[in-house]
Design a protein around this ligand. Structure first.
Ligand SMILES: CC(C)(COP(=O)(O)OP(=O)(O)OC[C@H]1O[C@@H](n2cnc3c(N)ncnc32)[C@H](O)[C@@H]1OP(=O)(O)O)[C@@H](O)C(=O)NCCC(=O)NCCS
Length: 187
């Protein structure tokens, strides 16, 4: 049985994971929304104007009215600045499953930050929401994302070959990872 609690405040040693607020727009815009490298393997393109970021955040804030929306902005405690995002897609109540996606500002890559955030989200979804299966997929040309999944205890299930076409018009392979509630007992 799932208990839908929505996007609750989570905290780790270095991070605060919380709901977006309108004032995050200017930080998100300067920190990652305009960076072509950050969205290289993602479906969206760099924002061209701050109003684009404001508009998207407004929509996410409205989404918080639904308790099956899980979308955190990641704040680094040290500098009290927002540096990235982690969110849940494909929330499936019937099967107690979902998938997870994330990104952070390029200047903070390689410090274990996303692994720290993902572990907290996995823990929350299993312990508080009653999730049974969490899935994540990454383009095989983006191995850093695969490392985050491995370091967070997720297991590779297989590769979907040329399963999609990217925004540049090229087919690409997706690596599928998952973690089950029952895996936690094995770690
Ligand atoms: C993927 C991403 C979230 C990783 O965040 P991060 O905070 O740097 O992740 P971590 O520091 O926890 O771990 C990154 C790991 O990838 C490794 N890595 C980085 N570049 C790599 C590469 N080209 N090949 C193999 N491993 C790589 C790092 O060495 C590190 O592993 P290690 O701890 O074993 O050394 C970040 O790079 C990002 O936001 N990218 C753009 C958005 C994106 O691609 N999102 C995922 C879509 S599926």
């Amino acid at each position: 049985m799932m208990i839908k609690k929505g996007t609750q405040h989570l905290e780790t040693q270095r991070l605060i994971l919380r709901r977006f607020k309108p004032s995050d727009a200017k930080f998100m815009y300067k920190s990652w929304a305009t960076d072509n490298e950050v969205c290289r393997f993602l479906s969206w393109n760099p924002h061209k104007d701050l109003s684009e970021t404001e508009h998207i955040i407004k929509g996410w804030i409205k989404d918080y009215e639904n308790d099956d929306k899980y979308n955190w902005v990641i704040e680094l405690k040290d500098i009290s600045e927002v540096i990235g995002q982690i969110s849940i897609m494909h929330f499936n109540e019937k099967y107690s499953s979902c998938s997870v996606g994330y990104n952070i500002s390029r200047s903070f890559w390689g410090n274990g930050i996303m692994t720290e955030a993902l572990k907290a989200v996995i823990n929350y979804l299993f312990e508080e929401i009653g999730m049974n299966r969490i899935e994540a997929r990454h383009n095989t040309q983006n191995p850093a994302s695969g490392r985050v999944l491995q370091k967070s205890g997720m297991k590779l299930e297989g590769i979907l070959r040329q399963v999609k076409v990217d925004k540049y018009g090229e087919f690409y392979d997706l690596a599928v990872y998952s973690i089950l509630k029952s895996d936690l007992r094995l770690q």
